[in-house]
Unconditional design. Structure first.
Length: 211
């Protein structure tokens, strides 16, 4: 498995049998680090929920043009909206071959802001991407762990990791941190999770890592 992070929560996951892209949002689009034309064949595009940092319509349309045969997988609410776009792709709210979609309630937003439906996905029983949720029962050996946001903190993230007990954590949902702050927090995560026998693997944007 090769994992490449393209800012915030967007991951390109390349496996021997299939490739997929998770949560191509507006931060990814604005960064210009994701060159759609240079992506490998995509079999799936996964969108965990409708917030713009995970779902950006303009970027999805570019991806659809590059990969019209990729299945777009999302939650029931967003699937209804995606079908209105007239994309050539199949659009699904269910699990696919080697792709298990599970319910994962979005973490509560500040001051009772209205929330959206969120799903997580287990990829080939190797990698779990939960969107913006800590509310799920199990993780694969590799967990894409959201680290910060208006709905959570690093404390919440680390507690979730210790409870779920993945073998490896890779950081997502960290666009808000300045580079120096991100590096300092990554160091802290490594120091705190290592005694728990959880490896924390920092990812650099647009730099593939083989797992």
């Amino acid at each position: 498995m090769i994992i490449t992070k393209f800012v915030h929560s967007c991951l390109l996951v390349e496996l021997p049998d299939f490739n997929l892209l998770v949560d191509p949002g507006n931060f990814t689009y604005d960064s210009h680090l994701l060159n759609v034309g240079k992506l490998p064949r995509l079999d799936y595009i996964i969108i965990t929920h409708a917030h713009p940092d995970h779902y950006h319509e303009a970027l999805l349309k570019q991806l659809s043009g590059h990969a019209p045969h990729a299945v777009i997988v999302s939650n029931n609410d967003l699937v209804k909206e995606l079908k209105k776009l007239g994309l050539p792709n199949e659009i699904s709210a269910g699990s696919e071959d080697k792709l298990t979609v599970f319910e994962a309630k979005h973490e509560p937003l500040p001051l009772n802001m209205p929330n959206v439906l969120n799903v997580g996905v287990h990829i080939d029983n190797q990698l779990t991407h939960p969107g913006d949720s800590f509310d799920f029962k199990r993780s694969s050996e590799i967990l894409a762990l959201p680290l910060t946001g208006p709905w959570g903190s690093l404390k919440d993230s680390l507690q979730a990791a210790v409870k779920l007990k993945p073998k490896t954590v890779i950081p997502v949902h960290d666009w808000e941190w300045h580079k120096a702050a991100r590096e300092a927090r990554y160091d802290l995560c490594q120091k705190l999770l290592e005694p728990k026998r959880i490896k924390f693997l920092p990812l650099e944007n647009a730099q593939p890592v083989e797992m």
